[in-house]
Structures are given as C-alpha cells and as structure tokens.
Write a protein that binds this ligand. Structure first.
Ligand SMILES: Nc1ncnc2c1ncn2[C@@H]1O[C@H](COP(=O)(O)OP(=O)(O)OP(=O)(O)O)[C@@H](O)[C@H]1O
Ligand SMILES: C[C@H](N)[C@H](N)CCCCCC(=O)O
Ligand SMILES: [Mg+2]
Length: 210
C-alpha cells in the first residue's frame, strides 16, 4: 500500500494544486488527481508537474478527464459518463502519493455521492487547505464536520494566503484540529519560490502518513 495523503479544500480555487505541488516536491513524492474537470486551460497535473518540478513518472494519469470546468457530476453528464466510486482507486507506488480532490469536500461525483464519500472509501488521511479571507472559519469548520461524520482522519489544516493569528487559533480550538502551516501568497509563483516557502513554513514529516 502506498503512503498517501489526500489534499482536500474548503472550496474550489483555494490553492490545493499549488500546495500539492509544494508537498509532492518536499516529500520527493508523486501526485494523482483522480478527477479533473476542465481540460482546455491546462490541468492540475500539468500545473503540479511544472510548479513542483515533478518528472512524468511522478504524475499518475487521472482516472476521469472531463472536458467542462464545472462540478464533476455535471461535467461527467455532459461527457456521457457516470463516475462510480469503486472505480477510483489510488495507483500503487513506492513513493509518497499526494492525491488532490476536486473543489470542496461536498462536491458531487455523481448524483448520490460526494468527494468526501470517495475519501471515506480509502483509509488515507487528509490535509485540509483553507483560504484566509473572511468566511474561512465557517467553511473550515463545516469541512471538518463533514469529514468527521464520515470517520475520515484529518492530519490538519493548512492556510493558503496570509492568515490572521486569531482566526487560526479559533479554527484550531473549535475544530480541535492541528494547524500544519501557512503557505503565503507568492508573487511571482515560481518553482523556486514555492520550494522555499514550503521549506520555511512546513515540516514535511507532519505529512508522512500511513
Ligand atoms: N500561495 C499562492 N501564491 C500565489 N498564488 C496562489 C497561491 N496558491 C494558489 N494560488 C493561485 O490561486 C489560484 C487557485 O489555486 P489552485 O489552482 O491551487 O486552487 P485549487 O484549490 O487547486 O482549485 P481546484 O478546485 O480547481 O482544483 C491559481 O491561480 C493559483 O496560481
Ligand atoms: C472546475 C473547477 N476547477 C473544479 N475542478 C471543480 C469545482 C466544482 C465546484 C462545484 C461547487 O461546489 O459548486
Ligand atoms: Mg486544483
């Protein structure tokens, strides 16, 4: 069984892909995006390969590549596909594997099941990426609740952006969760800047699960 960590988010666009690139690079690991919706503007796998400097053998092909950049269940419908959870199994690898979700935790994969339901079928722990703008306390606590009611193991929360100390403490205390670090806004966002920010702000051993 591979050592896997799932990178989930409180929403789409919170920074899961950027964080995943930094994490896969720091762990010397591999990356897998099981369900990609939207192909025209580049895929998350392509972004991770470039930002994390991962050669092709460290990027596993997506299980589903859906053409339209919308919720996976609707994108699948457009492509004439029904996503079945039992068909989405992490690839075998001797490398630590970073698995990126699609959107937020309750994004539907079909008309009955969500990404959180998929994670719950695996035994792999989750890192929750949270934004730092106003509203993140609510989104983060809701996401933690959704995982706990499915008995998903949560390694902790990472903030993407500049986080307020009071907000981080509130989430940690009310959510009974570890804060694993904060990836600051990077400008420019380059592989070197990401590697340095990751080294400065995270301890990779905290993500070595399983
Ligand atoms: N630390 C950062 N510094 C600068 N820009 C960032 C940072 N993190 C994320 N971004 C930018 O924010 C946008 C959204 O990030 P990203 O694609 O990682 O989100 P996501 O959570 O993976 O979204 P999706 O649900 O589509 O997979 C991208 O344009 C990305 O380059
Ligand atoms: C297309 C986008 N980049 C993501 N991969 C999918 C986001 C789905 C969000 C659905 C929703 O929560 O309303
Ligand atoms: Mg992404």
């Amino acid at each position: 069984m591979s050592r896997c960590v799932v990178v989930a988010g409180t929403d789409t666009g919170v920074g899961k892909t950027v964080f995943s690139a930094g994490l896969a690079d720091a762990l010397g690991g591999a990356y897998w995006k099981p369900i990609q919706s939207g192909l025209v503007d580049g895929t998350d796998s392509e972004t991770v390969a470039a930002l994390g400097r991962l050669k092709s053998h460290r990027i596993f092909p997506e299980k589903w590549r859906l053409r339209t950049p919308i919720s996976p269940h609707l994108a699948a419908q457009i492509d004439g596909i029904v996503i079945e959870l039992e068909q989405v199994t992490p690839p075998e690898t001797s490398l630590p594997l970073v698995i990126e979700g699609a959107g937020g935790l309750l994004v539907p994969l079909n008309f009955r099941q969500t990404f959180a339901d998929l994670i719950a079928t695996w035994s792999h722990p989750v890192v929750l990426c949270s934004r730092t703008s106003l509203g993140t306390i609510n989104h983060t606590l809701l996401s933690l609740e959704a995982m706990r009611r499915r008995s998903i193991r949560v390694l902790g929360v990472v903030f993407i952006g500049a986080v307020d100390a009071g907000v981080a403490r509130t989430i940690s205390e009310i959510g009974s969760v570890s804060i694993l670090g904060n990836l600051p806004p990077l400008d420019p966002l380059t592989p070197d800047a990401l590697r340095k920010a990751f080294a400065d702000n995270f301890d990779p051993s905290e993500f070595r699960a399983d």
